[in-house]
Ligand binder design. Sequence first.
Ligand SMILES: NC(=O)c1ccc[n+]([C@@H]2O[C@H](COP(=O)([O-])OP(=O)(O)OC[C@H]3O[C@@H](n4cnc5c(N)ncnc54)[C@H](O)[C@@H]3O)[C@@H](O)[C@H]2O)c1
Length: 318
Amino acid sequence: MKILLAGGAGYIGSLLAPTLLERGYEVEVIDLLWFGNHLPKEVKVIKKDIFDCQKEDLIGYDQVIFLGGLSNDPMAEFNPALNFISNGAQPSYLAYLAKLAGVKRFIYGSSCSVYGYTVNELYDEDSPVTCAYPYGISKLQGERGVIQMQDDNFSVIALRQGTVCGYSPRMRFDLIVNTMYKSCLVDGKITVNNASIWRPILDIRDAVNGYLRAIQADLHISGVFNIASDNYTVGQVGDLVKEQVETLTGQKIGIEIKQIQDFRNYKVTWQKTKTILGYEPKHTVSDIIVDVHKHRDEYGNFENDHYYNIRTFKKLKL
Ligand SMILES: NC(=O)c1ccc[n+]([C@@H]2O[C@H](COP(=O)([O-])OP(=O)(O)OC[C@H]3O[C@@H](n4cnc5c(N)ncnc54)[C@H](O)[C@@H]3O)[C@@H](O)[C@H]2O)c1
């Protein structure tokens, strides 16, 4: 089976691609390479803007996975117009081309950030979406655009991912658990901006597993699916990171608690994803720290701009 990863040279794609190769899939990537190329040499990489693709570029793929766009709130807020175009319109354009080209399935990397600010309820895929900030609104636009294209010959699966964390060959230190790990090593302490806020955390290995389950699902299956490893408060995440880093390094880690208002607060259930796609998460926050720490010799300077989407993005001057 031949799979196209659009935006596949990013954080998630750089771990997903080698996993798909291991399973015997043929993998190609279209990407602007904002963060370089950390993909295995067996992956054909086409350096191209998704908006420059035509139907001909999509012919021959069995499935297309969208991993592009501006991935996080700071990027979305720095350039809201480009955010709405990249996260809202771009997935729909690519799904439209894929359908024209006879691709059988389109998988969209959506986000649980569509849920917005919720009050102590477990949200499923039928719960209301109430986001009022550029990233969440644009991810929802992208999701709705692609989902309505599904029909008997074109399956569309949107994976609403929790905050993905853990090690990838294209590493990010701007994602909550990874950021806390970096702060432990650099500053000897963790800053918790708001201890009571809930977040679904998704170990990147569980995320990759979610994409595998979506790829392998019966082609009659379409729809929106939550994926997370577990729900945690940010205070809990801070405590778990502290404990695990102290165990691994023997270093004492401090915690600073702040009271900064957050506009995102949600916890989700992935029961539907388990029932329909067979998705089961395996990892915890402590596992994420063990995995990130295992690769510590690869990171060099933690402040390198390419570990932070917003810094790289500002340098690109888009
Ligand atoms: N990382 C997370 O925590 C998370 C959580 C939920 C959803 N998501 C979604 O998952 C997807 C992948 O996330 P990620 O963390 O791997 O992001 P990333 O920023 O690491 O990678 C995005 C990739 O897309 C490429 N790209 C951007 N615009 C492009 C264009 N016009 N044409 C071609 N390539 C383009 C970039 O060069 C980059 O390699 C994104 O859509 C993101 O919104 C991510």
